[in-house]
Design a protein around this ligand. Sequence first.
Ligand SMILES: [Fe+2]
Length: 167
Amino acid sequence: MTAPAIDLHPALPTLPGLVRPERDLWKPRELRELTSTVAADLATPLLGLLRFTEPKRWWTRLALTDGVELWLLSWLPGQRTAPHDHGGASGSFTVLLGEVAESYRYPAGPVREQRHVTGASIGFGAGRAHQVRNESRERAATVHAYSPPLVPTREYVSLSDIPAEIP
Ligand SMILES: [Fe+2]
């Protein structure tokens, strides 16, 4: 019997209990609890890790297990993602610092807008596609989780280009 594969950021020694290496697939609600707990309990070391770069946004992987990947991302004012889906993975994010704006869409649904302030969390299933950006004048940072891990995202020119069924 082999131990579950796990890769952890060296600055965060308390992560193993939170990312539960024995767990395979995580549900959106569980991913949301994970990013919410990590952002709350590890705020000080995460803020110490943060970097801000341009033009390319900065990010670092916090953990990778067989079931989940966990990331810390930073957003200077004006920085944004392209519209994208998560390749069939479920996901979540929690705002660690500042605030981010999100345009999102479920297949065949309208494009909706949401603002996420410090401490806010969402979890989502494979059907949700979105674009995230920092529209504020302050720096922002977010903690993201995806399950299954290592699934490539797919980018679109516009959220209205997203197919009715996400393969
Ligand atoms: Fe995303």
